[in-house]
Design a protein around this ligand. Structure first.
Ligand code: ARG
Length: 457
């Protein structure tokens, strides 16, 4: 079939393979709301500046409303021969309202049209992601509050380092996604600029009121240069970069959740609804959701790569390559949305096995630094204290015991400065309680951080 929209100069129609190869309607039809809103704003503006008669504008607006209702109800038959969402809707409009439908595309190109649609889509998608991050951050805050005093091992190199509180760990996760939120909102600022009115690449001969279109669509401003406007996909790349970092963060959490829910760690239990069983091993409860979140991080990082490489060789202005922006963009947004929604629901329902966490924190000489700090308080330079404690750890390790299990005379072999009060300094609770630096792990600091966070939201 010859394309009704542009086939004037062609003597044969595209081959079936080319039609299938070049269509985008199978994946860009999700832009229909944005496309219709953009067309209605464009039509109103053409009416306002006197390019279209009021009756035509009226017919276009009503016709597009009817099409929107059809699409929403699943009554719209998308045609691959019409290539994309834009031409499907425009062709149907003309079927419905006749002549006036053919006037809609005055002073417009699909190049500025698609850029507008995608920006509108990205703007809405970012708002949805930000809402989910807020919900997730709120859940983490509640969990942190519940576990403000729960002691667990803190790790460096995945070796036990110093005791921390579970609440402190949850607040660390929260900081990561708050930065993601800020990045998404920053990307939104640059997405929220109207390219429509740039036409194919050079602007147009009609006296368009671009500010009026921007106002109707809620854009904060209009693009400055028509060549740039139709060719720029930075906003999509920035958004997918922000999604990639969201996923990298959720993937790191996933790794911890998976480890923590093994019998060897035994720090947490995940709600059953996030796990599945094995078809052969009856005892299994597998952490599928965190595993899939970790796995899906690869897709989103891949989407970011796809977009960067998509753009790198493109001369100004619009090139059909740009049609390839949609699948990675949508995939990244969909994936980040689903993963955030799952974690927003799951995180506050993590069951912390406090006794196991505490027992694990007591292993691995986690309060060795506290013993060194104790000796510093008694007047020993830190480097000397470090050496003394190293010797006592070596002694304890050989015996398969931990520091607080050594008797006072045993400890005193390593330094005469050690006295009975040492035990009050090297207990788990004393260790965390002493870390009162701003942003530190002491329960009092964790509570102060929660209070600051609550005051802000
Ligand atoms: N489907 C196209 C895209 O997604 C719309 C723009 C097509 N423009 C063109 N001159 N062929 O980019």
């Amino acid at each position: 079939t010859k394309n009704a929209m542009w086939s004037g100069r062609f003597s044969e129609s595209t081959s079936a393979l080319v039609e299938r190869f070049s269509e985008s309607v199978s994946f860009d039809q999700r832009l229909w709301k944005q496309d219709i809103a953009g067309s209605q704003a464009h039509a109103r503006m053409l009416g306002k500046v006197g390019v279209l008669a009021a009756a035509d504008v009226e017919a276009i607006i009503t016709g597009l409303d009817g099409i929107a209702a059809d699409i929403a109800a699943g009554r719209f038959a998308w045609s691959q021969a019409l290539e994309d969402v834009h031409m499907n809707i425009e062709a149907r409009l003309t079927e419905r309202i006749g002549e006036a439908g053919k006037r809609l595309h005055t002073g417009r190109s699909r190049n500025d049209q698609v850029a507008t649609d995608v920006r509108l889509y990205v703007r809405d998608a970012i708002d949805e992601l930000v809402g989910l991050i807020d919900a997730l951050a709120a859940g983490l805050l509640d969990l942190a509050e519940r576990e403000a005093d729960s002691v667990m091992p803190g790790f460096t190199h995945l070796q036990v380092a110093q005791p921390v509180t579970f609440g402190h760990h949850m607040l660390a996760w929260r900081e990561q996604v708050l930065r993601d939120k800020a990045r998404l909102l920053d990307a939104r600022k640059r997405a929220n600029i109207l390219p429509l009115g740039s036409a194919a690449l050079a602007g147009t001969v009609y006296p368009l009121d671009r500010h009026y279109v921007a106002e109707q669509l809620g854009f904060a401003g209009i693009t400055e240069n028509s060549l740039d406007a139709v060719s720029d996909r930075d906003f999509a790349i920035e958004t997918v970069a922000a999604c990639s970092l969201v996923m990298v963060h959720l993937s790191r959490w996933s790794e911890e959740l998976i480890l923590w829910s093994t019998p060897m760690f035994g720090f947490i239990a995940l709600p059953d609804r996030y796990c599945t069983g094995s078809s052969i091993m009856p005892q299994k409860k597998n952490p599928d959701v965190p595993e899939l979140v970790r796995g899906k991080t690869g897709r989103v990082v891949g989407d970011l790569n796809a977009l960067l490489v998509l753009m790198k060789g493109q001369p100004l202005a619009y090139n059909r390559d740009n049609q390839e922006d949609k699948e990675p963009l949508f995939d990244a947004l969909d994936t980040a949305r689903d993963c955030l929604a799952l974690y927003a629901d799951m995180a506050p329902n993590i069951v912390v096995k406090r006794d196991n966490c505490r027992a694990a924190a007591a292993k691995g000489f986690s309060t060795a630094t506290d013993l060194a700090d104790y000796l510093v308080k008694k007047g020993l330079p830190f480097r000397d204290a470090h050496h003394v404690v190293g010797n006592s750890v070596g002694y304890a390790a050989k015996q398969g015991r931990d520091l607080p299990e050594l008797s006072l005379p045993e400890l005193q072999q390593f330094s005469p400065l050690i006295a009975e009060d040492v035990y009050a300094h090297i207990s788990l609770d004393a260790s965390v309680a002493a870390r009162t630096t701003y942003g530190g792990t002491a329960p009092a600091q964790v509570r102060a951080a929660i209070a600051r966070a609550r005051a802000k939201t």
